[in-house]
Design a protein around this ligand. Structure first.
Ligand SMILES: CC(C)(COP(=O)(O)OP(=O)(O)OC[C@H]1O[C@@H](n2cnc3c(N)ncnc32)[C@H](O)[C@@H]1OP(=O)(O)O)[C@@H](O)C(=O)NCCC(=O)NCCS
Length: 174
């Protein structure tokens, strides 16, 4: 699962060489508005180490995304997260601002949902979104997530979406 491709994107397991691209992404205030705010280079360095550790522990995590011409596009993935003290697996995505509005988040969200629910056979995936992040809410809805409830996180209200594995579908063979 270290690499995969979609129609318009290539995905690479997050590694040290992605640091500069991630720093630039996280320093964009518009991109980081719904990600907890702008992150300094130092904070993103820790973020990268934590997310590489997630891969080592679970065998999945975040991927760096590139357009087919090789340019960095953003990052996305599935990762464990504690929600109200329960261990959940969330779907996450963030794209460079210049690439918004082309359906790329919807494209990667569909693939990630398939990886999580079919390939990894997880019972469900969640999406945690600030209520006014309408574009992200729409992306989740288009990938089959439904609104579950609101929750307080990081001192603010977030909404939780969930997609359930179709119990009639057996897990895909690795
Ligand atoms: C949220 C984000 C990933 C969306 O990426 P994107 O590639 O532009 O999304 P898509 O083009 O696949 O789809 C967006 C959908 O939301 C809709 N949308 C966009 N802005 C909207 C708005 N302000 N209100 C309602 N719907 C909106 C689009 O019309 C589209 O729906 P459609 O296909 O039915 O027309 C992107 O804006 C981003 O990276 N934001 C910063 C990081 C972030 O917020 N990540 C999510 C954290 S939960």
């Amino acid at each position: 699962m270290d690499h995969f491709t979609t129609s318009r994107l290539t995905a690479e397991r997050l590694h040290e060489d992605h640091l500069a691209d991630l720093v630039a992404l996280h320093l964009d205030a518009e991109v980081s508005r719904y990600l907890g705010g702008v992150r300094s280079a130092e904070v993103t360095k820790v973020y990268l180490a934590v997310n590489m550790g997630h891969w080592d522990r679970y065998g999945f995590g975040l991927w760096a995304l590139r357009t087919k011409d090789g340019d960095f596009a953003g990052r996305a993935g599935i990762r464990h997260i504690a929600v109200d003290d329960l261990d959940e697996v969330e779907i996450a995505y963030a794209f460079k601002r210049t690439l918004w509005g082309q359906g790329l988040a919807s494209e990667i969200a569909d693939v990630l949902t398939g990886i999580g629910l079919t390939r990894l056979a997880l019972p469900s995936l969640v999406g945690l979104v600030y209520p006014d992040n309408s574009a992200s809410r729409r992306v989740l809805e288009k990938s089959g997530f439904t609104l579950e409830r609101s929750a307080m996180r990081r001192g603010g209200e977030m909404v939780i979406y969930r997609a359930l594995r179709d119990q009639s579908s057996p897990p895909a063979r690795a």
